[in-house]
Design a protein around this ligand. Sequence first.
Ligand code: NAP
Length: 292
Amino acid sequence: MAVRAPPPATSVVEAAAGVEVDMASMVPAGRSARRYGAAVRALLPEPGPVDPVAAHAAIARPAPDGRPWVAMNMVASLDGAIAVEGVSHALSSPADKEVFGALRGVADVILVAAGTARAERYRLPRPSPERQTERRARGQAPFPRMAVVSATLDLDPAGSLFTDLPVGFEPSERPFVYTVTDAPEPRRRQLAPVAEVVDVGTGSASLTTLLADLHGRGVAMVLAEGGPTLVGHLLAAGLVDELDLTIAPLLVGGEGLRMVHGAPAQLAAMTMAHLWEADGFLFTRYVRSANR
Ligand SMILES: NC(=O)c1ccc[n+]([C@@H]2O[C@H](COP(=O)([O-])OP(=O)(O)OC[C@H]3O[C@@H](n4cnc5c(N)ncnc54)[C@H](OP(=O)(O)O)[C@@H]3O)[C@@H](O)[C@H]2O)c1
């Protein structure tokens, strides 16, 4: 379970959202917040340079009863595209990678749908030794654990997600594959040596059951990285506590996917917790208004 920083000075916007932010994570004037070569500055709640790693580590994310806190991280163009030619890479930037890494740094589990894992050729996360030390100091495992959701189990057991293990990686930390009771048996057998395969439904995986399973394993914070089908299921079940949406200063056009697919239309009010900027990219953080 993640251990968070002691109660900090709380800003007006964060207080309105019921969320605490450690103002000490704001970078003192004159110091650089650059890690990937782009300086990130906060626009709200307090303008000024910001260190995304320290800032995300200082945010309290209280797990709701019976499940972990669920944050969702996505990137979209100004006109709402979430992929260019089938992948999101063209929408990213050095600062986006910095914020993405900061969020991964605080997650106990990274949750991704099989479609995105296939399209984006997912690998296991590789936190730097410094980041691993920070995680241990917070009471977290050095590596966030991957969890993939799939009904068909169309996942390559020889693929990099299962075989390209980072230095220091414990085999007991191999990815979860959350699936359904009626998943194809041969594929289940192929994945069993390289993944922990867990049934959470029939026909379609129940995200509520999945999160209850993670909660039972002591997981306090899940970072969902999409894609749109998974996001749809999470939204439909009311399981998104936080949205960290990067808005890339690009127009993409075309007929691309939007962030959510397949969920029934329903309004869920969100409250802005912070807004950062770097090189024209906006880094938004919203929390569910119900969390106030
Ligand atoms: N811009 C961004 O931030 C961002 C983030 C993520 C993804 N993307 C983009 O999104 C695209 C991929 O989207 P996608 O349409 O493939 O959607 P997706 O949500 O990534 O994947 C859908 C697949 O995930 C599995 N799945 C999802 N929910 C499930 C559930 N409840 N139970 C069982 N299986 C479930 C199924 O896999 P099986 O078919 O194996 O059963 C389903 O076919 C890519 O172009 C990627 O680049 C963009």
